[in-house]
Design a protein around this ligand. Structure first.
Ligand code: TXA
Ligand code: MG
Length: 329
């Protein structure tokens, strides 16, 4: 994999590869995306092959502005205009009815399409130079943790992907908020760092909450997703010491992600002090889960995050990471 920088010549190289139907990973404000020319069905198919993702899972189309939206979505409802005005460019994906001519590869054969205008200087510069739309899921293998640095992408794919543009660590750190506007009422499909209250306010209407039993297929909505290799358990702060005692009794090597300092006298425990602010916590979460994985522990224990809506996205990702593959299948 070529590791590109952010100089104009690097972006030109990325565009050349994309135009040739190759995959180029690039930073967005949320996580790194595995980009392909959205207008080239073979390039889009290569995304699925690299990720090992089932063909019926749709991918998000990234645009450089709201202008070409009507080439991808039809109709473009008022609600979409309102949310685009309020949050684009930014970490928000809209699910809309697809326009004629949008390929099945992108929509996973559904009649809807996911669109977002990202707000990262490198993603924006790349999209502008490319002059088209980029299909891009998170640049991780199916079911694994999303990458938030170029090194994560390299670790994940090696030479199976043509290039990655290194734009540093992603500032948001968890995937975009997804709002489905294809039905009769707006529905939150995946919480992100944009608060549902802010979206409801911009819409002038309440949001339906995620309902894992109905609605379109979306891999982020499978029970187990964003999973590290070691079993991950969410533990309430008050139960953490008891839980650690049990692990010690069983001679388990444990990594702990907590928002409080490590107590004295713990053995075989790698303690990672996490930020107490959700925005900072989100930014570090995936990198710390990858670090934890690298230690190959017997177990990862995560102090359960607070219940307030500012933590919705973090709680959602941690809950999914806590469901083992066995439970999910
Ligand atoms: O922040 C993000 O959204 C990142 C960056 C790279 O933009 N992308 C991302 O893509 O997270 P991905 O493919 O890993 O997750 C997108 C989610 C998936 O769960 C996918 O199934 C869902 O969005 N999705 C995409 N198009 C959809 C559609 N037409 N209907 C329902 N869900 C859709
Ligand atoms: Mg993903």
């Amino acid at each position: 994999m070529e590791r590109l920088g952010t100089a104009i010549s690097d972006l030109e190289r990325a565009v050349e590869l994309l135009q040739a139907g190759k995959l180029v990973a690039f930073p967005t404000e949320t996580v790194y995306g595995l980009g392909a020319d959205a207008a080239n069905p073979d390039a889009v198919a290569a995304i699925f092959a690299a990720k090992g993702r089932p063909a019926d899972h749709p991918v998000i189309v990234h645009l450089d502005s709201v202008e070409p939206l009507s080439e991808w979505a039809d109709p473009v409802p008022d609600a979409a205009r309102r949310l685009a005005d309020a949050f684009w460019p930014g970490p928000l994906t809209l699910i809309l009815r697809r326009a004629a001519g949008v390929s099945d590869g992108i929509t996973g054969g559904q009649d809807t399409v996911g669109i977002r205008v990202p707000n990262h200087p490198v993603a924006r510069a790349l999209l502008r130079r490319f002059g088209g739309a980029l299909a891009a899921p998170s640049a991780n293998r199916f079911g694994r943790i999303s990458p938030t640095t170029a090194q994560h992408v390299l670790d994940e794919f090696g030479d199976e992907v043509a290039a990655v543009i290194d734009g540093g660590a992603c500032p948001v750190g968890v995937e975009s908020t997804i709002i489905d506007l294809s039905g009769s009422e707006p529905r939150l499909l995946r919480p992100g760092m944009i608060r549902p209250e802010a979206i409801a306010h911009a819409l002038g209407q309440a949001l339906l909450r995620p309902d894992d039993k109905q609605g379109p297929r979306a891999s982020g909505r499978l029970a187990s997703h964003y999973a590290p290799g070691a079993p991950l358990e969410l533990v309430d702060r008050d139960d953490l010491l008891d839980r650690l005692e049990r692990s010690a009794y069983e001679h388990e090597r444990v990594v702990v992600l907590a928002r409080s300092l490590q107590p004295d006298g713990l053995h075989k425990v790698a303690w990672c002090l996490m930020p107490s602010q959700p925005v900072h916590y989100a930014r570090r979460l995936y990198a710390e889960l990858r670090n934890a994985d690298r230690l190959a522990p017997d177990r990862i224990l995560v102090e359960a995050p607070p219940g307030s809506s500012a933590w919705d996205a973090i709680r959602d990702r941690l809950r999914r990471a806590a469901v083992s593959d066995l439970q999910a299948r």
